[in-house]
Design a protein around this ligand. Structure first.
Ligand code: SF4
Length: 230
């Protein structure tokens, strides 16, 4: 389940020094994804596995100077029960707050984690307008289910939008607005052109274009709810 571990990060868990755990495998194929090694089987099958025991030991070693753990991927929720058991160990053996990064494609499992009070923060990546989800192998109905669940936990939810020119434009963002309305942390992220799944990185939007995205959301939500990462 785990292919990577970073001991210390200052940027992956808002307000906390955290370790980051990388699971492998993903059910989406976002063209801008740079985690190719964790998404494509032909890459990840050659990466060594890290056992859950090894990771717990690494966290125990760092326990005095980290304040949380981030689980990212790939898409961690594809691991379901195995991930649940691992998070239980993080909460009860190492006693650390847990942040989960997800593409939102597994609402039932996410609800289970929330009902069991196993998560402290969730970052949900919204990719594009509902009808364009099929371009990345997704189905917006499941994403909508996830958004409905997360509305009841909005204090601990960040919705992230990576502004990739090949997947989201201003019209796509407008289609997402009704789904963003209930939330209090919306992060607009610059897409970084580097090696990615598409094989041909696009030029990122200009600063002016990013500002245009910002203004679309600002018409709906208070400015302090919108995080600019561009
Ligand atoms: S959901 Fe995340 S890990 Fe999966 S392909 Fe998209 S960006 Fe990559």
């Amino acid at each position: 389940m785990i292919k990577g571990f970073r001991g210390t990060s200052l940027v992956d868990y808002p307000g906390k020094v955290a370790s980051v755990i990388y699971t492998y495998g993903c059910n989406f194929r976002c063209p801008y994804c740079y985690n190719i090694e964790l998404v494509l089987p032909e890459y990840y099958r050659d990466l060594p596995d890290l056992s859950e025991d090894e990771v717990i030991e690494k966290l125990r070693f760092r326990r005095d100077f980290i304040q949380g753990v981030v689980i990212t991927g790939g898409e961690p929720t594809i691991w379901e029960k195995r991930l649940l058991f691992f998070i239980e160990r993080l909460k009860f053996d190492v006693s650390l707050p847990v942040k989960l990064d997800t593409n939102g494609s597994n609402p039932k499992f996410l609800k289970l984690l929330l009902d069991e009070k196993l998560l402290d923060f969730i970052a949900l990546d919204l990719k594009t307008s509902p009808e364009r989800y099929r371009e990345i192998g997704g189905n917006f109905e499941t994403i909508k289910e996830t958004l409905d669940i997360l509305q009841n936990h909005k204090q601990m939810v960040e919705i992230r939008l990576t502004l990739y020119p090949g997947l989201i434009d201003e019209e796509d963002l407008k289609m997402l607005l009704p789904y963003l309305k209930p939330f209090q942390k919306i992060a607009l992220q610059r897409y970084i052109p580097e090696k990615n799944l598409s094989g041909k990185p696009l030029t990122p939007y200009t600063h002016e274009k990013h500002e245009a995205f910002f203004f679309i959301i600002r018409d709906l939500l208070p400015e302090e709810f919108i995080l600019k990462r561009y």
